[in-house]
Design a protein around this ligand. Structure first.
Ligand code: SF4
Length: 398
């Protein structure tokens, strides 16, 4: 993993220094496959945001963005990433010798399927760097994905091509696009199988491990490297399942994590749960990079479908059914909702869902307050006290 990520960042760094290939920034569930097919190297600012969170440097940068008017209440990926840019500092400099910062973009491409913040985020860079920001505006809170949704998004994706050809200096090649879609499909299929190894009892991998292992699915999908990575990981996990090696020794309880990770507390929480022989083994978050609908023979429409039918785009009914299915599939004993202060889009506890699911599934749910990056929003003591009480409740549950 370390080598894979280092190669990825050095490749982008080379591209910036040599001026070729061109660099595109893309939102995490944006049309990356199209960008790769046009020869761009692709940087994902959310991945950088997660890095700022995981290295616990985000809180040095968030106030810098707050000072230029970006509220502490909006996405803390956005505020920490912009703050880091203004401060001309990033953990990438310390992790990779010779890298002087995040790769400068030639174009910024967003998809509002996840939230409006990504558009505002990329618009800031567009103004600051004088680089075009192109976007896809997606429907939100939808139940069924209908043809008219897909037609609109397909047209928007196609509409990006002339500008992207101009910027990349390459002509769109349908066969190349299909090839990238095929690689992405393989990657996403393997990632799904990797996550599904956790249907075994005991589960071989924790949610906290999975948030790290999903790196290649986020930043390297559409490349053979990601496929190879997940082939290796899957094999390893299948061996662990065969040997009944669990991520948590003596696994007693199995939890579902709904919402964003708390990046700065991954290790701490992983160790905390181990003490209670409680395994957090499935999550909406890690599942968000499963794109079942990719079809290389119908690349535009299937890309539109894959990036529209994801959980975050859907209405409350769909989300509830989805979690119900996960609870059954992974034999879950309880659900933990993370109410992330700065990401209402990924906080699904706010409209009564935990209470409805508790009743329907007859298992307990808990909400902990925190944030993806802004650790000022997370009270460790309170969260741990509540989790401990929740686990006690599991002991007495039927
Ligand atoms: S979905 Fe949430 S965490 Fe992701 S970019 Fe939007 S506001 Fe930020």
């Amino acid at each position: 993993m370390r080598k894979l990520m280092a190669d990825y960042f050095y490749e982008m760094d080379r591209a910036v220094k040599e001026g070729s290939p061109k660099v595109a920034w893309c939102t995490s569930v944006g049309p990356a496959e199209l960008l790769l097919s046009l020869g761009f190297v692709v940087h994902y600012p959310e991945n950088h945001g997660a890095l700022l969170g995981a290295t616990r440097t985000a809180n040095e940068y968030i106030p810098v963005a707050n000072a230029i008017g970006y509220s502490p209440d909006i996405c803390s990926y956005l505020t920490s990433d912009i703050g880091s840019f203004i401060k001309k500092d990033t953990p990438l400099i310390r992790a990779y010798e010779g890298i002087e910062g995040v790769p400068k973009p030639d174009v910024l491409v967003y998809n509002t399927n996840q939230c409006r913040d990504v558009q505002d985020w990329f618009s800031w860079y567009s103004r600051e760097l004088g680089v075009p920001a192109l976007g896809i505006s997606t429907y939100r809170n939808i139940g069924e994905v209908s043809d008219f949704h897909l037609q609109s998004i397909t047209e928007q994706v196609k509409g990006l091509i002339p500008r992207l050809e101009e910027i990349s200096g390459n002509t769109f090649d349908l066969d190349k696009f299909k090839e990238i879609m095929m690689l992405s499909k393989k990657c996403t299929g393997l990632w799904k199988k990797v996550l599904e190894t956790n249907t075994a009892v005991p589960a071989p991998m924790s949610f906290f491990d999975a948030t790290i292992h999903m790196g290649p699915a986020v930043v390297l999908r559409g490349t053979p490297k990601a496929v190879e990575y997940y082939q290796g990981l899957l094999q390893e996990l299948e061996e662990r399942v065969a040997q009944k090696e669990g991520a948590v020794e003596g696994e007693k309880y199995r939890l579902y994590w709904e919402g964003m990770p708390i990046w700065g507390k991954l290790r701490d929480l992983a160790e905390f749960f181990i003490q209670f022989q409680t395994a957090v083994i499935a999550s909406t978050y890690c599942n968000s990079w499963i794109f079942d609908s990719f079809d290389p023979d119908d690349p535009f429409m299937s890309l539109a479908r894959a990036y529209t039918e994801i959980f975050i785009v859907r209405d409350e009914n769909y989300k509830e059914k989805y979690i119900e299915e996960m609870v059954r599939k992974y034999k879950i004993d309880g659900i933990l909702f993370h109410d992330a202060k700065t990401c209402p889009n990924n906080s699904n506890n706010r409209y009564g869902m935990p209470e409805r699911l508790e009743k329907k599934l007859n298992i307990p749910a808990i909400t902990i307050n925190g944030d993806l990056n802004d650790l000022r929003c997370y009270s460790e003591e309170q969260a741990k006290t509540n989790i401990e009480a929740f686990i006690e409740q599991l002991e007495t549950s039927p």
